[in-house]
Ligand binder design. Structure first.
Ligand SMILES: Cc1cc2nc3c(=O)[nH]c(=O)nc-3n(C[C@H](O)[C@H](O)[C@H](O)COP(=O)(O)OP(=O)(O)OC[C@H]3O[C@@H](n4cnc5c(N)ncnc54)[C@H](O)[C@@H]3O)c2cc1C
Length: 571
């Protein structure tokens, strides 16, 4: 029996954020995910750490104030993962949208179809004002048509101006979730984290889980937190407290291998209105153009994937925005989808906290001696604030008090992040004997945890993966041994960015499987099964199919995107 105060079901950003906070307060917690850490919706966002510019239109000023603050804090606390993102808004008129914006502010249900320069100027000025707390980035600017087109020649000439402002992006959200879990475990040695563990029974206040190693764990908590995102209602049903809290929508993204677009973007995001008035975005994500997102009612997070009509929508939107560039399906190297765990529209459960997120409570019942708190809604960006609010409530219920604020607490490899990168690299090169250029790559991937990776690499046989040679075999071995890897897909989809950037090749997948097999003691049969499971997941969820030459792979043979349907797609 695991002795713990709180069990958290679901290790997405909300569960992991709360786990870290509670562990920092000295509580013993058990966090359990049915899959890998951070593999649900938290792996499917637009990867923006943003203040929510569009929430100004709906008058959600508190949400903007909180989001801009959390954005600024993440830029400081996770500088290895979260970095500024200069953003460009194309503007198509001077005065359009003002009346509609006023109507929306007064409670109308629709946002303006088109936002003119005056409206954008007011919005960006307000956004700057809300983002003043803990500010780290410059203020907005408005740039005229001629200068904008000189700067971005492929942009549609229909613009009258562009607005530019700063938000932020998170390069490796999946890793940040894992780092929060690891930080929690370090702060509270009595706490436990389990991935790929299944809730098998709930009886007399005891929760039983089947674990990935074939064993089992039981716990008898005072409080259960349901942090299962779009699976919240399914988990509440399993806990014997049926609910209808979530009414999700599906959102998809694609990544394009498009050097011309990457050159045009020059590190910036374009945040633009598609023809149907929806806001879309495109930016340089680790050398690929990340394009998103759609917003379609859907409720099965286990089967969600980016469909053909969504791809058509993205390509048509890009063609309208950037007529000077050509777009077609062959440029797509990866696709992903997730369900936004939005509150069900008729949800009336009283909440402990009511903002954009809420934490409704199911009090204990005669046959269920523990309280259930569900974490409903919330953005990736605001996880820390959400965790703080819920942790304070749980601490009060447990008769404990807060020992430590997470406001200025660095996360994972963000700890002791160097202001002077050159000095850090020189010191690390002296300590490990690795070249500074290599250490720079590791620092970008792992933050200051790079030192541990570098030490491991320095003491190992040299050599990289067959194709992605900037990943060393020792680096993959370090990940497998230190980052709670259970399956091959964990490494290629979440501990590294090999899959999402389209860099993964058939030979590298086999090489990584071999390294994992040696470190984790997989049999040949298990290794083969891991490759099969990972490739099936790519095909089903990410529009990647395995090259048929897998058995005898040609050097560099890539996993590639599913070929396009029989229809003309080129611009
Ligand atoms: C298309 C899209 C774009 C977005 N873009 C952004 C953005 O740019 N910026 C931003 O701030 N926010 C963004 N969001 C919102 C943000 O991603 C989510 O609000 C956030 O990730 C939700 O996290 P979560 O921890 O609540 O849920 P999840 O990440 O889904 O975590 C829930 C976890 O519960 C686990 N689970 C399920 N059932 C069980 C069970 N029975 N037992 C144990 N575990 C279980 C799952 O495996 C999963 O890991 C976006 C969302 C979407 C869908």
């Amino acid at each position: 029996m695991t002795d713990c105060d709180v069990v958290i079901l679901g290790a997405g950003i909300n569960g992991a954020g709360l786990f870290r906070d509670l562990c920092e307060q000295g509580l013993r917690c058990l966090i359990v995910d049915k899959a890998d850490f951070g593999s649900g919706t938290s792996a499917a966002p637009s990867r923006l750490i943003h203040g929510g510019l569009k929430y100004l239109e709906t008058g959600e000023f508190d949400l903007v104030a909180q989001s801009t603050l959390e954005r600024n804090l993440l830029l400081r606390n996770a500088p290895h993962c979260v970095t500024p993102l200069p953003t460009v808004i194309p503007i198509f008129s001077w005065s359009r949208g003002i009346g509609a914006a006023l109507r929306t502010l007064l409670g109308a249900k629709s946002a303006p179809r088109s936002r003119g320069a005056v409206l954008v100027k007011i919005g960006l000025a307000l956004y700057d004002a809300y983002g003043a707390r803990a500010r780290v980035m410059p203020r907005h600017r408005l740039v005229g048509r001629r200068a904008a087109l000189a700067d971005m020649p492929p942009l549609t000439p229909a613009i009258v101006a562009v607005g530019t402002y700063f938000d932020a992006k998170v390069a490796r959200p999946e890793r940040l979730v894992l780092e929060l879990v690891q930080d929690g475990l370090a702060a509270s040695p009595g706490s436990t984290a389990l991935s790929y563990a299944t809730l098998t029974s709930v009886a007399d206040g005891t929760l039983a889980f089947a674990t990935a190693d074939g064993g089992g764990v039981t716990a008898r908590p005072k409080i259960v937190v349901n942090a299962a995102g779009p699976w919240i209602d399914a988990v509440n049903a399993a806990l014997g407290a049926p609910s209808r809290m979530i009414g999700g929508t599906k959102g998809s993204h694609v990544l394009l291998d498009h050097p011309g677009l990457i050159r045009t973007l020059a590190g910036r995001m374009i945040y633009f209105e598609a023809d149907d008035g929806r806001i879309c975005l495109v930016y340089d994500y680790l050398g690929r153009a990340l394009v998103g997102s759609t917003d379609i009612p859907a409720d099965d997070p286990d089967t969600v994937r980016c469909e053909d009509d969504e791809i058509d929508y993205f390509l048509a939107s890009l063609r309208g925005l950037l007529p000077g560039l050509a777009f077609d399906r062959s440029q797509i190297v990866y696709a992903y989808s997730g369900i936004r765990p939005l509150p069900a529209s008729d949800a009336s459960t009283p909440g402990l906290i009511s903002r954009d997120h809420s934490a409704p409570v199911a009090e204990p019942s005669p046959d269920r001696p523990f309280t259930i708190v569900s974490l409903v809604g919330g953005k990736w960006t605001t996880f820390r604030g959400f965790a703080e609010e819920v942790a304070d409530t749980l601490l009060a219920r447990l008769g404990e008090s807060r020992r430590r604020s997470t406001r200025d607490l660095p996360i994972g490899g963000g700890r002791d992040f160097p202001a002077d990168r050159g000095k850090w690299l020189a010191d690390a090169a002296r300590a490990t004997g690795l070249p500074e250029a290599r250490l720079d790559t590791l620092l970008a991937r792992y933050g200051t945890t790079a030192r541990a990776v570098a030490r491991h690499e320095a003491g190992a046989e040299p050599g990289g993966l067959p194709d992605a040679t900037d990943y060393s075999r020792a680096e993959i071995d370090w990940i497998v041994r230190n980052e709670r890897v259970v399956h091959l897909a964990d490494i290629v989809m979440r501990r590294t960015t090999l899959a999402i950037t389209g860099a993964l090749t058939v030979r590298d997948l086999a090489a990584i499987a071999g390294i994992a097999a040696a470190a984790l003691g997989w049999t040949d049969a298990r290794t083969t099964a891991e490759i099969a499971i990972a490739t099936a997941e790519f095909a089903e969820r990410n529009r990647l199919v395995l090259d048929p030459a897998f058995a005898a792979p040609a050097p560099g043979a890539r996993l590639r995107t599913i070929s396009e349907p029989a229809r003309e797609d080129t611009a």
